[in-house]
Design a protein around this ligand. Structure first.
Ligand code: ADP
Ligand code: MG
Length: 877
């Protein structure tokens, strides 16, 4: 118990301690109570102390469960083999935390697994993050706390390390309340740990980073030694060493995340556009999911990284585009390459484990299976180099590691165990192939030759003694012995020495048997040790190739991703967008929504074409058609349309093909997307407040090269407020200069269409519907011009509102349209109560009093002179 106390005291309060006792990991006291509840295991008591245990062999599953729930778990293991009557040495061998796991089963294969540290260094937000399973290590400083969180939230880290003073420093920063909400949201989803301030020291951090990367300076990575984010990198490394009980072994590089060269999507936009997850929090149905036909986890992780930082570097975008284009032309190459890659394994993570001292036969087996495929991949890719130069370039980067490949082939058995077992008597590790090392073969033969001898002995002793059921056996405690049943004891020869008495039998040994036993055990022990030794040498040799291997792992991830984009491009008739530099435009011919389109395809029932997605064009430019105002009834397809435009712009800057017939565009620096309150029901009470906060955030942060997609902004409040707000937001975005951010604005306030009279760069569009026998038919076609009216009543009828209600609504509407007073409409009805009448009169009065949209705008850009139309001339109904 003293050992337990010591271990427990060395840990943080919230870390669960699993204490190895024989075949179990035991939890004690408070850990036992928490653990039992979380894992659904039995809580027992011994001497009044709560206890709960999990079997050692099944520990993995329980650990995964705890880690996924965001808990930290310390493992206290036996450090030597148990001997009777002696206290076994125990110690904490590893602390598992959600952000530092390495085991395959604890990692999500297709996503990056970051642990992140952040701080505010003299008003500069800084962070660094690391995927220990792949060695990806990145740091970032940001000039703007808003953009800072945009990047962090796209990473979805599993674990966050903060300095003790974080709260204090953060509260001093100038920021919006949206941001606080975003931070809370992020921190609520992860395991977070506070570390002392001195862990975040910049100088110490630089030293720590250099030591971990085994370099003398960081110039090779383009990072200055006084980079403000080095403090967070240091804090991260110190923390990781604490939990790994050793230095991370697979860090070879550190990169700076350059915010200026990435397209920024803030957290709300990531959610609205459902980039990584849908609003229902699933991966399926997200943009990422629809762009993912990769066949390896590394390919899927690369896609995630690409989406986290879409490019603003045209050279890189064009490099990617030409790969996609080339792969799309050669489906046979894609097929062949994918087939080979499917049988490989996750090289990046295998290297991560090997380099972090998780050394197991099966890891090398995985590596070998990947190496087996490399010559084929290289061959297929370089087949037709002059027609496909970009693919040829990739082929050039695939080394085949012949020396290592033949080492692994020669040394290792075909079927490999997960672990190399040291203490399994007579079994050996079954890791090293026979024929690889003659000394080892001899030892192994001696051991098994000894066993043959035992069988021969059994036969000859039976013949000599005439005891037909005489047996030569082995057990761990007594070694080899001869067993004779009670009935035959009178036949036992004199030179047999009695060893043990059983109920039905007696056990004996002979000098000869003793002698042989020694030889066998000796040979076996030596064989096991030799095997272990040989195995470790193979690992060591393998690690000499680690840098080259991890470069190839990266190339393989690219090959996987681009070849899969190539086939998506072909199968779904995407196009490669053309980027222009001399104009600021976004032109899409027959664009489609990548996700909605495939959903419709999957459920294509009924008449051919019934469910086909209707493509639509888009023509935006900063200086002519800057703002597209899209009106149309509910369900017409407005939201889908404006999102598809944003998604196409995003996909273009990630370097993939886009769902359209043709697309010409210029780079955008940010995409903003907001939905009016009401659509985002999951977001709590003051949705309107959130909506307005977020809108303010856009107006304050957009630049002329941003793309803005606003969906029903202003809906979260009363009609007049909402309309006025929407009105002034549009005016603000338009501004009085001769260009502004390209904007799509969907609204059911068709009154806003009047804005085109006063704002020259605003163009009206509507999503067409047809009326047929008083029913409406959605044609999903976006056409120039304003929609005539909102068709709300027809939609309500489609939705199944009772006929009487629909009929009455029509009466009211036509009354309002002809300008009749509310009282007269009400009079014609005997259904409406007097309370309703007063309400209606009131609201009409309010309308008459309304002089114009109120001034919402108090943003930093308000210096701009506003152009205003005269809203008092509006006909609201
Ligand atoms: P709105 O925002 O105008 O109310 P939505 O964009 O939400 O309409 O579209 C309503 C539904 O119409 C969507 O769920 C989608 O299934 C379908 N839809 C939208 N656009 C298209 C299109 N271009 N082609 C086919 N179906 C579409
Ligand atoms: Mg909508």
């Amino acid at each position: 118990m003293k050992q337990y106390r010591e271990a427990r005291e060395s840990l943080e309060e919230d870390t669960l301690l699993l204490f190895r006792l024989g075949d179990f990991y035991e939890l004690f006291e408070r850990d036992a109570e928490r653990g039992a509840a979380m894992l659904g295991i039995t809580l027992t008591k011994r001497h009044e102390m709560p206890m709960a245990g999990i079997p050692f062999h099944a520990a993995e599953g329980y650990l995964t469960k705890l880690l996924n729930a965001g808990h930290k778990v310390a493992i206290c293991d036996q450090l030597e083999t148990a001997q009777t009557g002696k206290l076994v040495k125990r110690g904490i061998t590893r602390i598992l935390t959600p952000g530092t796991v390495l085991e395959d089963r604890q990692l999500e294969a297709s996503s990056n697994h970051f642990i992140l540290a952040m701080d505010i260094d003299k008003d500069i937000p800084v962070a660094s993050w690391l995927d220990l399973s792949t060695g990806k290590f990145i740091l970032m400083k940001s000039s703007n706390i808003q953009d800072f969180f945009s990047v962090l939230s796209s990473l979805s880290p599993r674990e966050v390390i903060l300095s003790e003073e974080w709260d204090q420093k953060f509260s001093k920063m100038k920021k919006s309340s949206v941001l606080e909400g975003e931070l809370d949201r992020m921190l609520a989803q992860v395991s977070k740990t506070e570390r002392p301030n001195f862990d975040f020291d910049r100088k110490a951090g630089a030293r720590e980073v250099m030591e971990s990367l085994k370099v003398m300076n960081l110039e090779g990575f383009g990072i200055n030694l006084d980079h403000p984010a080095l403090g967070t990198a240091g804090a991260l490394l110190v923390y990781i060493q604490d939990v790994l009980k050793g230095k991370p072994g697979n860090l070879t590089r550190i990169e700076e995340f350059k915010q200026g060269v990435a397209l920024i999507l803030d957290p709300a936009t990531q959610r609205n556009l459902e980039v990584f997850k849908t609003t229902a929090q699933t991966r399926k149905g997200s943009l990422m999911d629809s762009m993912d036909e990769t066949v390896t986890p590394a390919g899927a992780r690369l896609l995630e990284r690409f989406l986290t930082s879409p490019e603003r570097d045209l050279n890189e975008i064009r490099r990617r585009q030409s790969l996609v284009e080339e792969f799309s032309r050669v489906p046979s190459i894609v097929r062949d390459v994918q087939e080979v890659m499917r049988s490989g394994s996750d090289l990046e993570r295998i290297l991560g484990r090997l380099r972090n001292r998780l050394v197991r036969p099966r890891e090398l087996g995985g590596l070998r299976s990947t190496l087996r495929g490399l010559p084929k991949i290289q061959e297929v890719l370089s087949e037709n180099q002059h027609n496909y130069p970009s693919i040829g370039e990739l082929a050039f980067r695939v080394d085949t590691f012949e020396e290592l490949a033949s080492l692994l082939e020669d040394s290792l058995e075909e079927e490999l165990p997960a672990e190399i077992k040291l203490d399994v008597k007579g079994e050996g590790g079954r890791v090293i192939r026979s024929g690889y090392d003659s000394e080892f073969d001899q030892l192994r033969e001696l051991g098994s030759g000894g066993k043959k001898w035992i069988l021969e002995l059994e036969a000859s002793e039976r013949a000599k003694t005439g005891i037909s059921n005489l047996k030569v056996k082995y057990n761990g405690a007594f070694g080899y012995f001869i067993e004779i049943t009670k009935a035959n004891l009178h036949l036992v020869p004199d030179h047999y020495v009695r060893k043990q008495t059983m109920t039905n039998a007696e056990r004996f040994y002979t000098d000869e048997l003793r002698q042989k036993e020694k030889e066998i055990i000796n040979a076996e022990e030596q064989a096991v040790a030799k095997e272990q030794d040989l195995f470790l040498k193979v690992v060591e040799k393998t690690l000499e190739f680690a840098d080259g291997l991890s470069r190839v792992a990266e190339s393989l991830a690219e090959i996987d991703l681009f070849s899969s984009w190539g086939s998506i491009h072909r199968d779904r008739s995407y196009c490669i967008p053309e980027f222009v530099e001399d104009q600021d435009i976004l032109e899409i011919e027959q664009g489609r929504h990548p996700v909605v389109e495939s959903v419709l395809k999957q459920e294509s029932l009924g008449l051919a074409g019934t469910h086909a997605f209707v493509p639509n064009d888009c023509m935006l430019s900063a200086n002519r058609n800057q703002i597209a105002l899209i009106t149309g009834p509910n369900m017409a397809g407005k939201s889908t349309y404006i999102r598809q435009v944003a998604l196409i712009a995003l996909m273009a800057q990630v370097g993939s093909g886009v769902p359209a017939k043709a697309c010409r565009l210029s780079l955008v620096d940010r995409i903003f997307s907001r939905v009016g309150a009401g659509d985002e029901l999951a977001r709590g009470n003051s949705t309107f407040m959130v909506e307005m906060n977020e809108t303010a955030n856009i107006l304050n942060n957009c630049t002329e090269s941003s793309l803005i997609v606003l969906d029903e902004i202003g809906r979260g409040t009363s009609t007049y407020d909402g309309l006025s707000i929407a009105w002034s937001v549009v005016e603000h975005l338009h501004g009085s200069d001769n260009q502004g951010p390209k904007t799509l604005f969907a609204t059911h306030y068709h009154e806003l269409t009047r804005l085109s009279e006063s704002l020259p760069r605003l163009k009206n569009f509507s999503v067409a519907v047809k009326e047929w026998n008083d029913e409406i038919i959605f044609v999903r076609q976006v056409t120039p011009g304003a929609s005539e009216r909102s068709f709300g009543i027809q939609v309500a009828r489609l939705a199944g509102l009772p006929d009487s209600v629909v009929g009455r609504a029509k009466e009211i509407l036509s009354g309002l349209e002809t300008g009749a007073s509310a009282a007269s409409i009400s009079e014609s009805s005997n259904n409406s109560s007097s309370q309703e009448k007063t309400l209606m009169n009131k609201s009409l009065e309010n309308y008459k009093e309304m002089e114009g949209p109120s001034e919402l705008d108090n943003s930093s850009n308000s210096k701009k002179k506003k152009q205003r139309s005269d809203p008092s001339q509006l006909e609201l109904f």
